[in-house]
Design a protein around this ligand. Structure first.
Ligand code: PAF
Length: 280
């Protein structure tokens, strides 16, 4: 496995004139089993795999956790090497955003709800860096996790809208045995907060069961999730919304397989998100 910091050097390795297929997993590092499920798909489904590790400053607001975002490059590289990855691309900020960098990708409508409403500049930072990584690596396939559902839908729309020649693979959420969705930010939680955080998957799970039992009313499901979270003091609901999967606009009725139920909570200083697709 080669660890590469420079765009030029990575491009030399990924000679576009060969027919060997390339899979890219964009990450911000501090890898967990969720990332590793994407990595193993990328390794298995392509001739060459690239994992990028870049804590992207443009997707953090000034009051967010950019400085304390967890980093452990050595451990990440050990995991990636053991998984059979060919290249780790770990550029520094100046390599990705040289002085004079002036372009940002923005997207209409899809960022209006869910996390986009609460983190207004976040997704333009994500789309911009993902577009750059796709431009740098020219992968045949790019891999995203379903936990960041809004991110996955918005990236997939960018790929479609900008005719980017890449197949997007979105893989299921990976959870701990108790149901908490894996996230690099889980490590901010102390043991008590870690326990409280389970209110989120439990409330979503209860709502999922109601959908399976035939409930279709979005308002009723939102109430159920709000009540589930409110029963656990110490967990503050930021939002819960039911939206159409393709344009992320709110719905009043569940359309099984096409409705995303997504929520965000704060436990202490930590913000956690989770979701499910109703009826799946
Ligand atoms: O999901 C993430 O880790 C980041 O948003 C991504 C896609 C690597 C872009 O910085």
């Amino acid at each position: 496995m080669k660890v590469i910091q420079e765009i030029k050097a990575l491009r030399r390795e990924l000679d576009p004139f060969t027919d060997r297929e390339v899979g890219l997993v964009p990450t911000m590092g501090y890898l967990h089993r969720g990332h590793m499920s994407l990595v193993s798909a990328a390794v298995n489904e392509n001739d060459r795999s690239v994992v990028s590790i870049f804590v992207n400053p443009t997707q953090f607001a000034p009051n967010e956790d950019l400085d304390r975002y967890p980093r452990d490059m050595e451990r990440d590289c050990r995991l990636l090497e053991a998984a059979g990855v060919d290249f780790v691309f770990a550029p520094d900020v100046r390599e990705i955003y040289p002085s004079g960098f002036a372009t940002r990708i923005s997207q209409e409508i899809l960022g209006d709800h869910l996390c986009g409403r609460r983190r207004p500049h976040h997704f333009s930072g994500v789309l911009t860096v993902v577009a750059k990584l796709l431009g740098i690596c020219h992968p045949d396939r790019v891999y995203f996790g379903g936990k960041d559902a809004q991110q996955a839908v918005m990236v997939s729309r960018m790929i479609r809208d900008l005719n980017m020649d890449v197949e997007m693979r979105i893989l299921p959420i990976v959870r701990d045995a108790d149901g908490l969705a894996l996230s690099s930010r889980n490590q901010y939680l102390n043991p008590r907060e870690r326990e409280l955080a389970l209110a989120l998957p439990r409330a979503l799970n209860a709502a999922g069961k109601r959908v399976k039992a035939g409930e279709r009313d979005a308002g009723a499901l939102i109430r159920e999730i709000k009540e589930g979270i409110a029963r656990v003091p110490g967990v503050a609901l930021e939002y819960v919304e039911l939206v159409k999967l393709d344009d992320l606009q709110p719905v009043s009725e569940v359309d099984p397989g096409n409705t995303l139920v997504a929520a965000a909570v704060r436990v202490g200083a930590t913000r956690l998100i989770d979701n499910f697709i109703a009826g799946e």
